[in-house]
Design a protein around this ligand. Structure first.
Ligand code: CTP
Ligand code: CA
Length: 224
């Protein structure tokens, strides 16, 4: 099998990719997370490394095999992912935020396992918003090209367009996560790439590796 060689611009590019769903811990044995598998982020990392990029993958999906020639930083929580992203951002040329970052985390973390309460059958959790890692990079952004995702079940393109405006990203990948054959936790995806000039590129269902290649092709036009 001949490897596609068309993504020449990736050679020696310093690329930072986040992948997987972060965890928000309640106690030492329990957490809240989401259905992200990390496969989309790993597909970007695999394709980039195959084309000679210098890839750092900040992964909240440690169950996946490390792609060849990729430096993996394993993280678990939003705070760990934020720290890893921020300490690598300055020397990065291209950031792809494919991770499904927890939006909320428990206000209280119990260092001991929470026990069932005999007096009530209900449990109410108090959650607080986490920092928005992507939005937080706005102030630090210099020449980095920044790609974010928009995971939506409704009003895909409208919500993604709002994220393009508000997140300070150069590009947003609109990702329908309402279906069982694309998006979260499966090997295929279908996306629409939103660019600042209003040019949308729709990519029909294909393997996540194929989608990653097509997205890099769009990114190439901005990066050369
Ligand atoms: N993101 C982030 N930090 C967060 C939440 C999200 O950096 N605390 C990033 C994701 O990695 C993604 C983009 O922001 O690239 C959009 O994430 P998404 O979950 O689609 O949107 P949110 O802004 O979190 O809004 P909502 O979940 O309410 O739709
Ligand atoms: Ca979110």
């Amino acid at each position: 099998q001949v490897r596609p060689t068309e993504l020449k611009f990736l050679k020696h590019k310093k690329i930072l990719i986040t992948a997987g769903g972060t965890k928000a811990y309640l106690d030492p044995v329990r957490y809240i997370s989401n259905r992200s598998s990390g496969k989309m982020g790993y597909a970007f990392a695999t394709v980039a490394a195959q084309n000679g990029a210098d890839v750092t993958l900040i992964s909240a999906a440690s169950h996946l095999a490390t792609p060849e020639n990729v430096k993996v930083i394993s993280v678990d929580t939003v705070a760990e992912m934020q720290q890893a992203v921020e300490s690598n951002f300055e020397q990065t040329e291209l950031l792809i935020m494919a991770a499904a970052v927890s939006d909320y985390e428990p206000v209280k973390f119990s260092t001991h396992k929470l026990k069932k309460d005999a007096k009530t059958a209900n449990l109410t959790l108090e959650l607080r918003e986490t920092p928005d890692i992507l939005k937080g990079l706005k102030a630090r952004k210099k020449d980095q090209f920044v790609v974010g995702f928009a995971a939506e079940t409704d009003d895909l393109l409208a919500n993604a367009a709002t994220k393009l405006q508000e997140k300070g990203a150069d590009m947003i990948i609109a990702n329908d996560v309402s279906k069982s054959d694309i998006g979260f936790d499966v090997n295929e995806n279908a996306v629409t790439v939103l660019q600042k000039d209003g040019d949308n590129v729709t990519m029909p269902k294909a393997s996540k590796v194929q989608i990653a290649r097509q997205i890099f092709k769009v990114i190439e036009k901005h990066l050369k």
